[in-house]
Design a protein around this ligand. Sequence first.
Ligand SMILES: Cc1cc2nc3c(=O)[nH]c(=O)nc-3n(C[C@H](O)[C@H](O)[C@H](O)COP(=O)(O)O)c2cc1C
Length: 365
Amino acid sequence: MNSNAVPEAPPKALESLFSPLDLGEIRLANRIVMAPMTRNRADARGVPGDIVVDYYAQRAQAGLIIAEGTWPSAAGQAYCRQPGIASAVQIDAWRRVTDAVHARGGSIVLQVMHAGRIGSGRIKPAGVETVAPSAIRASGEVYTDAAGMQPFDMPRALASSEIKRLVEEHGQAAINARKAGFDGVELHCTSGYLPMQFLCSGSNQRDDEYGGSVDNRVRFVVECLAAMAQAIGAGRVGYRINPGNTFNDCHDAEPEQTHVQLIRQSAAMELAYVHVMRSPLAELDAFAMARQHTPAALIVNDGFDAASAAEAVAQGRGDAVSFARHFIANPDYVKRLRRGQALARFDRKTLYTPGAAGYSDYPSA
Ligand SMILES: Cc1cc2nc3c(=O)[nH]c(=O)nc-3n(C[C@H](O)[C@H](O)[C@H](O)COP(=O)(O)O)c2cc1C
């Protein structure tokens, strides 16, 4: 029996979380998904090492792990020691992670995250520019090893021809992720990073076919998804949204309309899933909105506990539920739910610090 097998019957109230699910080509043993979490544990070249292998292997009981936001090219890096999926060394290193998760019976996809204007030249290799849809600086700061907290760079606006290249880069990232053994990829379209910078009217003031109208603002994301689907098959591609989210200074005049358009335009692609976060806008039920406009499976997220997650799946609001914070200090979260065991609390101080402490050293119950 592999270590992913958890033989006991789950509590009756949580049964809906423990049935298997196919998200396109990706097979989940249960509906408990580990949400993507940036933990900044790679080395200075963006290469994940032994502790990253341990960390994900420990959490392989999740029906699906969505590995942390990972850059497709050096310009897309936001944080020190954030991993990449661009070089052969990075691909080989991730292969060790995916092999360890698969050996324990788990499934794992990679979140592809280009940060656009969220970043600093002090984090990226010399000569790598910070780029964005428009030359508008995001307000806020980012930690750099070189000089402590630094304001986000003033980005250079991308030329139309460069956008085509960036779209291709996303297709290549999907190919690289498959080479690294991932079961698929998720495009990160929330939290003010590049895809969301294109979606939002505040950060996208372009006057070409990638800016202005809603159709134009969703174009970059739709083209990236199409490139990724073309590269590895639509059934291995998902994307993550959070309509109304203003993190990293992202503001859209009409977040609901923008996201409805994105969901509609990608609905015919037959993607593996849409990963929807609860909207911070009180009047917007983002889960219902997504259900209405796409036949794709939904992973829902944000603030769930086991009981509310089981209810959401039982009621059909989501096909699976992702959890982030619960997985930090509970590597065996799935087993604890099944057995009704208490949950451990995590230490905020070690969320992003180098080394195993507060990362891969939380014990199983
Ligand atoms: C330490 C940490 C890092 C995160 N990094 C990412 C990330 O890389 N990509 C992403 O889409 N969301 C990221 N998130 C958001 C989580 O995936 C999730 O949406 C959020 O924590 C709410 O889910 P929860 O209530 O289950 O924790 C992060 C959250 C935390 C706590």
